[in-house]
Design a protein around this ligand. Structure first.
Ligand SMILES: [Zn+2]
Length: 388
């Protein structure tokens, strides 16, 4: 059984150990040691990374109570393990410290949600980007703001995070949160006045080290709420990014940074009005255009102004001027939308032939069909001119 150095001290970044076993596992080599400071993947958290001597450890797994460190399967790695029994371990502390910040932050938020609303944390994922917490109850925007404030107050209080290994007897008298049934000795992580939770992961020593907790999003999830948080440097990076985006909006709109949404809202409503007017003007223009079109056997028109409903309306307005059919086209992101109308012939055959010739899709009534196709204006014109 490997001694878990990380359980008693989260800050052990280097350690010496002896190899208990090693071997090939598909394209990797596993290494089992008498002790380790590497936290194995578990409880929603990815494993530590680092080195055992010069062997890069990219994954660590806990399998049936045993801890396996994984490195790339190379002849050099196998030679090293055959020749050496004692190894020196080094943890990637940048990743570890960030994980500790996120995980301790998660305990604070979960503890506050539990004490304030009585909801349980029923899911936790500490990914490389975002940290998600699932609660079995609904939270409002107001609740979330309150939780975020209380969580950050717990950071400003700089509370010591304590780790306990209670006996079974002592455990009976302690009330604590627990996500999973843990076999063997229970390890309790206490943030005084905030949370008590059974957990095997490394945590920061003082809540002040978390720096800041940002609740970046919350959404309804499986009848409860999924809350996404970021702590420490991850939160700082996220806030910087959002501030930079807001600064750019401010420069583009000449609005003050604290008033960008007011300005953008006005911009949006102005645009809606302008769009409405543009549609009206287009309609007037197309009416004039339709009036100017002479009667003929076939009418074929390509015009990108015929967006949205205008395409069909314009086609119908020309129906009486075409002896056989009127076909209108407007291009949108590399494809043509079409609308074809006729007073005298069944258009279904034409529609089928057109779709077949130009990888098109669409259909409709005998007197009016619409759809999309790909091809050049010249090819489509030629096809329709020759169509009998
Ligand atoms: Zn935990």
């Amino acid at each position: 059984m490997t001694e878990k150095l990380f359980e008693a001290d989260s800050y052990i970044s280097e350690f010496d150990c002896e190899v208990i076993s090693f071997g090939e596992d598909k394209n990797r080599i596993y290494i089992e040691t008498d002790k380790t400071a590497f936290f194995p993947e578990g409880g929603g958290q990815t494993s530590d990374k680092g080195y055992l001597d010069e062997l890069h450890i990219s994954d660590v797994q806990l399998i049936d109570g045993r801890i396996f460190h994984y490195t790339e399967n190379t002849p050099e790695a196998l030679d090293l393990l055959k020749s050496k029994n004692k190894l020196h371990g080094k943890i990637d502390m940048k990743k570890r410290f960030s994980d500790m910040q996120q995980h301790s932050g998660e305990h604070i938020v979960s503890g506050i949600v539990c004490s304030s609303f009585g909801y349980n944390n029923v899911g936790f994922h500490l990914g490389t980007e975002i940290v998600t917490l699932d609660f079995d109850g609904a939270l409002t925007r107001e609740d979330i703001d309150r939780v975020e404030l209380l969580a950050n107050k717990a950071i400003w209080d700089n509370k010591e995070i304590l780790v306990h290994f209670p006996t079974d007897e002592e455990l009976k008298n302690i009330s604590y949160r627990s996500k999973i049934e843990i076999e063997g000795q229970t390890r309790l992580v206490e943030i005084p006045g905030i949370d008590m939770c059974a957990c095997c992961a490394p945590h920061v020593k003082m809540t002040g080290e978390i720096g800041v907790i940002e609740i970046v999003a919350f959404e309804k999830y499986k009848g409860g709420t999924r809350v996404s948080i970021l702590c420490g440097e991850r939160a700082l990076r996220d806030m910087r990014h959002k501030l930079e985006e807001n600064r750019k909006v401010s420069v583009l709109t000449s609005a003050k940074q604290i008033e960008t949404s007011v300005f953008v809202e006005k911009l949006k409503s102005d645009k809606e009005k302008a769009d409405y007017e543009i549609v009206g003007l287009k309609r007037e223009l197309l009416t004039l255009k339709a009036e100017a079109i002479e009667k003929s056997e076939k009418i074929i028109i390509f015009d990108d102004k015929l967006q949205g409903k205008l395409l069909q309306d314009f086609t119908i307005s020309l129906m009486d001027k075409a002896e056989t059919f009127v076909a209108c086209f407007s291009s949108e992101s590399g494809i043509y939308r079409y609308s074809i109308a006729s007073n005298s012939c069944n258009l279904r055959e034409l529609c089928k032939a057109l779709n077949g010739a130009f990888s098109g899709r669409g259909g409709g009534k005998p007197e009016l069909v619409q759809g999309t196709l790909t091809g050049t204006e010249e090819e489509v014109r030629e096809f329709l001119k020759n169509y009998q």
